[in-house]
Design a protein around this ligand. Sequence first.
Ligand code: DGY
Length: 327
Amino acid sequence: MSAVRQQVLVFRELPAAQLDRLQAVHEVCVADPRRPEQRAAFEAALGRAQGLIGSSYPMDEALLARAPALRVISSISVGVDNYPLQALRQRGITLCHTPGVLTETTADTVFALIMMSSRRLLELALHVREGHWQRNIGESLFGRDVHGKTLGILGLGRIGLALARRAALGFGMPVLYHARHEVDLAAEAPELLGRVQHRGLDELLAQSDIVAVVLPLTAQTRGLMDARAFSRMKPGAIFVNGARGAIVDEGALLQALDSGRLAAAGLDVFATEPLPLDSPLRCHPRVTALPHVGSATLETREAMAEMATSNLLRVLAGQTALASYPL
Ligand code: DGY
């Protein structure tokens, strides 16, 4: 480790053990720009920071221009859509993230949304909780099977593969996927050979009973699920988003739900987060909405914080990060 204590700005709550690791070797300021009372401290610390660590806050180009000494950003997330990649590249700032440690947990969350939406679990749980279970439920509250249905996955990276394993090996589901490149299943996931097939986007939408999005948000995927895409889906299909809200045109999704084209949607992410109270998606009877909790278990959030802290410490010490995003 370098003997020179550097300036670190922590812009989101960090577990005490990780904060201790940072404070042992650097000068650390914890200031969350989302809290009005911490905004001034955040801005002052930004002006001297060599390292930033945090997540879920848009660090745009204008903000970074106020961090002239910055060398590294360590994001406690796998997604890097909150950062201006081109500006970071131009300034030679390293961007680290936390792939791998959240894969299985996020795939669990997406699969839970598939189950909740297909089997109408939120509605049924509320039926009991609100005291409506006075006699056996009838067909009007029956859900749809998940096992044996065709799952279409948009994006077959780490999380997509983990989701495909759950579906194909656990639930006997034929799995289709759409991604920029065909995945070499023989090398990456031989257990899925013959069970997972690549398709063009329109073909996948037309053939899937359930469509799940696990793509990163990029210029190419922004707005990918628009009115045209929803109109290609099977009538009565289920739509699940565990990636980023901006991949979906929410107006088009609502229209597809209200017209009856889609049976239900399970959403962990939204165009605006937290979801505004007046969003029609919040209380829609056929939407299961979660507060962006794909990776939010005690174990996984701890692993992410630990990996992000190691990334930051390593780069500030002139070492290679455990995972830096290729800029
Ligand atoms: C991630 O790791 O990208 C999660 O979505 C949290 O932002």
